[in-house]
Ligand binder design. Structure first.
Ligand code: COA
Length: 263
């Protein structure tokens, strides 16, 4: 299903794959693409048929950042409106209840790297390239690059990347422990789909709650986060899926999780 001229969704087995289809601009994100992505993500929250989202690109481009052509000649008000919309959409992606995987096939620059940083896991092909080159335009990364990257790989490594705009290869991103897996170009989507399948086969509410606990917990004091962890676990014990998971284990059969709240 084409949700925008440059965004294509395929869904199968609980896994939705959204592909950025704009190879001639290496996947650069136009304003209308960001808006469509936002609408798509808001709708996805409530879709029970989708347990995992995979984001990928086409050819040499994952997402080469904001569409610089649209910056050219934009007014201050237009520029600021684009940044505000991006902020809301990136937050929406990071806070999507379902787990997300970025399958990075090529250039993930600027907003493209920032999109990947909003995903739970990143799988990359050997030809993937990551960078925040905005200083070369006289700008800086405004979609979380200075903040989410420093939280992920540390302040000094982030400063070097952001302040020089250097583009790094997949093996370097892997050494920073940003990547779950590095694959050949051909193996990228199969590997991401296999990983998505494993996430999709686990109990959906448990997976969502775990995601939320991990994300929220890093912003809290350990004691408070540990208390929240047990409160959430206690609520999970009352779900149909927990009953099913425990029963299936005891009966030595595969569990069938529905994502229903009540047992
Ligand atoms: N916005 C708009 N168009 C972009 C783009 C972007 N962010 N990134 C790439 N493109 C376009 C190029 O203009 C070019 O279009 P053209 O064929 O009509 O001239 C096409 O994609 C291919 O890019 P090109 O620069 O010719 O490929 P390359 O292999 O020589 O270089 C990059 C690849 C990614 C290093 C280079 O395109 C680049 O630096 N892009 C900008 C990245 C950036 O600064 N992102 C942050 C934006 S805030």
């Amino acid at each position: 299903m084409r949700i925008h001229e440059n965004l294509v969704e395929t869904a199968e087995g609980g896994v939705a794959t959204l592909r950025v289809d704009r190879e001639d601009a290496l996947g650069a994100l136009s304003k209308s693409m960001v808006a469509a992505l936002g609408d798509y993500l808001r709708d996805l929250r409530g879709r029970r048929d989708v347990r995992v989202l995979v984001l990928t690109g086409t050819g040499r481009g994952f997402i080469a950042g904001a569409d610089i052509g649209e910056y050219h000649g934009a007014t201050q008000a237009e520029f600021d409106a684009y940044q505000r919309m991006s902020r809301a959409v990136f937050d929406e992606l990071e806070q999507l209840p379902q787990p997300t995987i970025a399958a990075v096939n090529g250039y993930a620059l600027g907003g493209g790297f920032e999109v990947a940083l909003c995903c739970d896991l990143i799988v990359a092909s050997e030809s993937a390239r990551f960078g925040l080159p905005e200083v070369k335009l006289g700008l800086l990364p405004g979609g979380g690059g200075t903040q989410r990257l420093s939280r992920a790989i540390g302040i000094r490594a982030t400063k070097e990347l952001v302040m020089t705009g250097r583009i790094m290869r997949a093996d370097e991103a892997d050494r920073h422990r940003l990547l779950h897996q590095v694959t050949s170009a051909d193996e990228l989507l199969p590997a991401a789909t296999e990983l998505a399948g494993r996430l999709a086969s686990a109990a959906p509410i448990a997976v969502r709650e775990a995601k939320r606990l991990i994300d929220d917990g890093v912003q809290q004091a350990l004691g408070a986060a540990l208390t929240t962890e047990q409160a959430v676990l206690s609520r999970l014990f009352a779900t149909a899926d927990a009953m099913e998971g425990i029963e299936a284990f005891v009966a030595k059969r595969e569990p069938r999780f529905t994502g229903d709240l009540k047992g």
